[in-house]
Design a protein around this ligand. Structure first.
Ligand code: HPA
Ligand code: ZN
Length: 322
């Protein structure tokens, strides 16, 4: 069965990571830019492991040079998500790539994204909220101006702050200043952890960054006391199974711990992460979960309820989506 039309709530998608290859090639051609080593012979994003993935991600992102480029990207990404029944999406937005952390430049990019989001809401029935993300392998000093961009633009649209990138660089506490700054501005918090790092990384992230959600978090399964703690504290995992399989954070769909985490009472949600990189869509994620774990309409209803509850939007927005 296909789950295309089922209404879906998605909490974890990187805006640049959702750029279709044809969109990136089109922009590169318009600007006369070369894209070496980004695509394979079939025109797919080409990478062999997570580090290469990050390099290819940044090379593709380098063709996005102006607020207008980001307006077009946002509009395209939201139209595609809406085709898969996504009615609400939280997208990771990176001021590092949009003005290099300068607040004034970031405001121009943000205005362009928001214009596209408003158009998508009116035309495609999809609501977007932005979670500003710093990038771990750019280091703690680079994270500070990103947190300031987040704090300065916090509001109805920018509702959260997070961290992505190479998880094994440094420790979560190195980024505490940035997370404190964002929290004081009223932003809700999430962090990538436990995709590559072990249970200790998940535990340190919760303790030192005081996040309410974790991006991935799947390696928590290696410590059942931590799993029980996540369940008890109501920490929400933004699980991206197709991403984990494509990047080989897990060996197969069958081996993915999402079923065990959920059975033990952890609040799990489903997202695509970087859909064209991983050849996935929200429909594909649901179809695979149904095939592999036998999840049915009731399970997906429950998952979407958990996701909406954990969404970083205000209560009226949540009520309108329920
Ligand atoms: N993990 C970490 N950083 C990322 C990812 C991811 O899956 N996608 C884009 N940035
Ligand atoms: Zn991610």
């Amino acid at each position: 069965m296909s789950h295309t039309t089922l209404p879906k709530i998605e909490l974890h998608m990187h805006l640049e990571g959702a750029a279709p290859p044809a969109f990136v090639r089109g922009l590169a051609a318009e600007k006369g830019l070369r894209l070496d080593g980004v695509f394979d012979e079939r025109g797919h994003y080409a990478y062999a492991d997570f580090n290469e993935f990050l390099k290819v991600y940044e090379a593709a992102t380098a063709v996005l040079k102006s607020p207008e480029d980001y307006r077009r990207l946002t509009r395209e990404v939201l139209a595609r998500a809406a085709e898969h029944g996504v009615i609400y999406t939280e997208s990771f937005l990176s001021p590092d790539f949009c003005g290099g952390g300068d607040v004034g430049a970031w405001r121009d990019y943000l205005a362009a994204m928001q214009e596209a989001a408003a158009e998508a809401e009116a035309q495609d029935g999809i609501t977007m909220r932005g979670v500003i993300t710093c990038i771990r392998h750019f280091g703690p000093d680079a994270a500070r101006p990103i947190a300031r961009c987040a704090a300065e633009t916090a509001g109805d649209f920018i509702t959260g702050f997070g961290i992505a990138g190479a998880e094994m660089v440094g420790r979560p506490g190195d980024y505490a200043w940035a997370f404190d700054c964002a929290r004081e501005a009223g932003l809700r918090l999430t962090a990538h952890a436990g995709e590559w790092g072990g249970p200790d990384m998940v535990a340190d992230t919760i303790r030192d960054l005081k996040v309410e959600r974790i991006g991935h978090g799947i390696r928590a399964i290696e410590d059942l006391a931590l799993v029980d703690q996540l369940a008890e504290d109501g920490i929400v995992l933004e699980v991206c199974p197709g991403s984990n399989v494509a990047l080989r954070a897990v060996s197969s769909w069958q081996a993915h711990p999402i079923e065990k985490l959920r059975a033990r009472g952890v609040k799990v949600t489903i997202s695509t992460d970087d859909p064209p990189f991983f050849h996935t869509t929200m429909t594909h994620e649901y179809d695979r979960l149904a095939d592999v774990f036998g999840w049915n309409e009731d399970d997906f209803h429950d998952l979407n309820h958990v996701a909406l509850d954990a969404a970083f939007c205000d209560a009226p927005t949540r009520a309108a989506l329920a």
